[in-house]
Ligand binder design. Structure first.
Ligand SMILES: *Cc1c(COP(=O)(O)O)cnc(C)c1O
Length: 220
């Protein structure tokens, strides 16, 4: 599917949800994609991208930044504290703040460097043991802890369990955000971004629908 088609679908979903056009930010998830595909979407004018690994992003985005102005890069995968400094250099937003130790490291770096990426707190809405994210019942306290450290928390992020109805998770995330006074909702991927928009997503993370299947996704 082309970038234009995705944008048309986003605009339609915004309209259907009674939301203003342009209220949803499209993060084009470029992880694992060949550079030619990313280059093509950059050339089309898109500037907002997501990567899930610091190392991989460090290997390709500095070069793209020499060729294209205004790139806005989002870290959407787990962040180890020992990679936080590098993440500060590469990313304008981090969507995977999920534990006090990481929040404290980010706060320390923010003070030292005088700036901080926009932050999203990842919530493990499905309470899956193998998945990152703060548990829903701990989310309010964690948001408060981040606020107390003056961290620029813009919203919440979730990745629903693959085998469950995503709507339930989008609704839960929206509810936790609302009671904590947060406006940002990073939710929705290739298969369900329209549904996420209907539940209030402000940032959708769309990879394969824009770039095609990732090489390691043999199931497509
Ligand atoms: C890979 C990834 C996406 C994009 O998934 P698609 O199904 O290709 O749209 C979104 N969010 C996260 C956290 C991811 O790791």
């Amino acid at each position: 599917m082309s970038l234009e088609e995705i944008k048309t679908r986003i605009a339609q979903a915004e309209t259907d949800a009674g939301r203003a056009n342009g209220s949803v930010e499209l993060i084009a998830v470029s992880k694992v994609q060949p550079n030619e595909r990313v280059d093509a979407v950059l050339t089309e004018g898109h500037r907002c991208y997501g990567e899930n690994r610091v190392q991989e992003a460090a290997g390709k985005w500095p070069e793209f930044r020499e060729q294209f102005d205004g790139i806005d890069l989002h870290l959407i995968g787990p962040l180890q504290t020992n990679k936080a400094r590098q993440a500060f250099e590469l990313f304008q937003s981090i969507h995977s703040v999920d534990r006090p130790k990481l929040a404290k490291t980010i706060a320390r770096l923010a003070q030292e460097m005088g700036h901080c990426p926009d932050l999203f707190i990842q919530v493990n809405t499905g309470e899956e043991p193998q998945k990152a994210g703060i548990m829903p019942r701990e989310a309010d306290a964690f948001v408060a802890e981040c606020n107390a450290m003056d961290l620029p928390v813009k919203g919440l992020m979730c990745i629903p369990p693959v085998e469950e109805e995503a709507s339930l998770h989008f609704a839960l995330l929206a509810k936790i955000a609302e009671r904590n006074g947060l406006n940002g909702l990073s939710m929705g991927m290739s298969s369900d971004f329209e549904k996420a928009i209907s539940f209030g997503a402000t940032h959708i993370r769309v990879g394969s629908a824009i770039f095609g299947a990732r090489a390691y996704d043999t199931a497509g």
